[in-house]
Design a protein around this ligand. Structure first.
Ligand code: SAH
Ligand code: SF4
Length: 336
């Protein structure tokens, strides 16, 4: 583990403190491979995006977002997503396949390597590391790929691998209630919930999994999660869709919904894509919406749009990926 993840050595013969006979066994039974990079773009604001080819013309994206006091890596858990949230380009694509745990943790390995880091710079304190935080907010619904995602989370936390603290690893989910309960027992990292609506009628439409796990059940599972969560709050993500979920009344309805729940809100300006049918709320409307929440003492941030010029905003990474024909063409272009 140390050789692979901290020294980034992929050749078993170079792992000099391992017995020769065992190196031989490893050579016969295992290999270290990383996905091919289809492209690597750096935005004017420093955000860096990699499109990785995970075989059979499947592409996934990994994004590094540098900020003054931290560096966040946004990683994917599936190729596409089956959950069909109406405002999400990944959802429009449907599910292609789950990523293996190797393909998930491999994104961290690759980003470390591409950013030219020495090992996982484990010896520096968490906030000095270039990749100090990981968010599972790329393509896919992480809790729909539970086993592989939890295995990779465990590796992120393992001192022999990346040694990140649970506070610095965030899993974002559209709200698969039984899996939220499992995660609380198995690997309670920081939790973000894609809320997007204050009532079941609207949420059923925007986030169809709500029909199976309605708000009452979702909020109850968040309360249970808090018993084990590494932070004493849940983050609610809320995409700002003009005329759909952005009224003052809806902001007030949110206050009722999350009453008694220690939480923060992250308002995400909608990132448009062709034929989405939605528009992003105006800046003024977002600020008024935010005001209702902050007046009720709920810490609320508006997500900065980063890497706009390279289509890298977290959660809507599919600028190119959304359209499988385009991604296929891109991969072909690079290969030829
Ligand atoms: N499947 C998980 C994690 C990936 S999406 C989830 O749904 O939580 C990460 C975040 O981006 C989610 O909050 C998601 O709802 C949001 N998102 C998806 N499409 C978006 C878009 N076009 N504009 C803004 N946010 C979007
Ligand atoms: Fe899937 Fe998340 Fe997109 Fe919904 S928002 S379709 S759960 S990736």
């Amino acid at each position: 583990m140390r050789w692979i993840y901290q020294s980034r050595v992929g050749d078993f013969d170079q792992m000099t403190d391992i017995a020769k006979s065992f190196r031989q066994t490893l050579n016969e039974n295992a290999c270290v491979s990383i996905p091919k990079i289809t492209f690597d773009h750096i935005s004017t604001d420093g955000t860096r995006k990699w499109l990785l080819d995970v075989g059979e013309n499947n592409g996934i994206e990994t994004v590094f977002i540098p900020e003054a006091n931290r560096g966040t890596l946004c990683i994917s858990s599936q190729v596409g997503c089956a959950l069909e949230c109406t405002f999400c380009s990944t959802g429009r694509q449907g599910l292609n396949r789950n990523l293996s745990s190797g393909e998930i943790i491999g994104q961290l390995w690759l980003a470390n390597k591409m950013l030219g880091l020495q090992g996982s710079n484990k010896n520096s304190s968490s906030n000095n590391r270039i990749i100090s935080n990981v968010v599972m907010m790329g393509m896919g619904e992480p809790l729909s790929n539970y086993k592989n995602v939890v295995q990779s989370l465990e590796m992120m936390l393992d001192d022999r691998v990346y040694g990140l603290s649970r506070r610095r690893v965030t899993l974002s989910t559209s709200g698969l209630v039984p899996s939220i309960d499992r995660l609380r027992e198995d690997c309670p990292v920081s939790l973000a919930i894609s809320l997007h609506a204050p009532d079941d009628r609207l949420r059923d439409e925007l986030v169809p999994i709500n029909k199976r796990y309605p708000l009452k059940d979702l909020i109850a599972s968040c309360q249970r999660y808090l018993e084990k969560a590494p932070r004493d709050f849940i983050t609610f993500e809320y995409v700002m869709l003009s005329g759909v979920n952005d009224s003052i009344e809806q902001a007030k309805a949110l206050l009722v919904l999350v009453k008694d729940m220690p939480c923060k809100f992250n308002l995400i300006p909608f990132n448009p894509f062709p034929n989405s049918g939605y528009k992003c709320s105006e800046r003024k409307v977002i600020l008024e919406f935010k005001r209702v929440l902050t007046d009720a003492d709920i810490i609320t941030t508006i997500r900065k749009t980063r890497g706009d010029d390279i289509d890298a905003a977290c959660g809507q990474l599919a600028g190119q990926v959304q359209d499988k024909t385009r991604i296929t063409q891109n991969i072909r272009l690079i290969k030829t």
